[in-house]
Design a protein around this ligand. Structure first.
Ligand code: GRF
Length: 210
C-alpha cells in the first residue's frame, strides 16, 4: 500500500471521479479554491455523461473526461482506458466521490485512491448502504473515508463519523444528513492527506509523517 504525498511547497494534484450529483466534489472544489488547502483538482472523471457532477467541474473550469464501461468489450479494457485517462493528469491522489463503479487493478495499482462511503464500514458496504442500514434498523450509522483496495468498500479506514437515525427517516432524509457530514469529513481528510501525507501499516492508516 503506497504512502501518500507530502508537498511542502506545491499543491498535491487530485483527480476526482463522480457518477452523480457531485456535492462531495463541490465541497472539494470549494475547499481547493484556497491555496492553504494544499491540493488542486486537476481533472474530474465519470463513468457516464450528463451528470451534475461533470457540470460542476465544467463550471469551475476543470477538465473532464468520461469512460463508459459499455464502450468496452471487457471490464479489463475499461479499467485500462480509465487508468490511461487518469494518468494523463499525473495525480498524487485519486478521489472516488460518489463514483458508482468498482475500480479495476490497473487503476488501483497506479494511484492511491480514497473513497467516501455513506455507512460505518464494515457495516453496510455496497451501493445501497443507506437503504440497508435503515432496513436493518440500526439507530446509528454514518460515513467512512477509506483507502480503496480490490474489494467492495473493504480498504483500510481513514476516518469515520456517526449520524443518528431518526424515527421518521426514509432513505432520502437519512442520506442527506449523512452527506452533510460526509462532505465535511472528505474535505478534511483529503486536505490532510495532501498536506501531511499518510502511512499505512496493516489496516491502520495514520495521517502525517511517521
Ligand atoms: C455519497 O453519499 C457517496 O458516499 C455515495 O454517493 C453519494 C454521492 O453524493 N456513494 P454526491 O454525488 O457527492 O452528491
Amino acid at each position: 500500500m503506497p504512502s501518500g504525498p507530502h508537498h511542502p511547497t506545491e499543491a498535491a494534484r487530485l483527480v476526482v471521479l463522480v457518477s452523480g450529483s457531485g456535492t462531495n466534489l463541490q465541497a472539494l472544489l470549494d475547499a481547493a479554491a484556497a491555496p492553504s488547502f494544499g491540493a488542486a483538482i486537476v481533472a474530474v472523471g465519470a463513468d457516464r455523461d450528463g451528470i451534475e457532477g461533470l457540470a460542476r467541474a465544467e463550471r469551475a473550469g476543470i477538465p473532464v473526461f468520461v469512460e463508459r464501461v459499455g464502450d468496452h468489450a471487457t471490464r479489463d479494457e475499461w479499467d485500462e482506458a480509465l487508468a490511461g485517462k487518469i494518468a494523463a493528469y499525473k495525480p498524487d491522489l485519486l478521489v472516488s466521490a460518489g463514483f458508482m463503479k468498482i475500480l479495476g487493478h490497473r487503476v488501483l495499482g497506479s494511484f492511491p485512491v480514497v473513497n467516501t462511503h455513506p455507512a460505518l464500514l464494515p457495516s453496510f458496504p455496497g451501493a445501497h448502504a443507506v437503504r440497508d442500514a435503515l432496513a436493518y434498523g440500526v439507530r446509528v450509522t454514518g460515513c467512512t473515508v477509506h483507502l480503496v483496495d480490490a474489494g467492495v468498500d473493504t480498504g483500510p479506514v481513514i476516518a469515520q463519523e456517526a449520524v443518528a437515525v431518526r424515527d421518521g427517516d426514509d432513505e432520502d432524509t437519512l442520506h442527506e444528513r449523512i452527506k452533510t457530514v460526509e462532505r465535511r469529513l472528505l474535505v478534511e481528510i483529503v486536505g490532510r492527506m495532501a498536506r501531511e501525507g499518510w502511512t499505512v501499516s496493516g489496516r491502520r492508516v495514520r495521517l502525517g509523517r511517521a
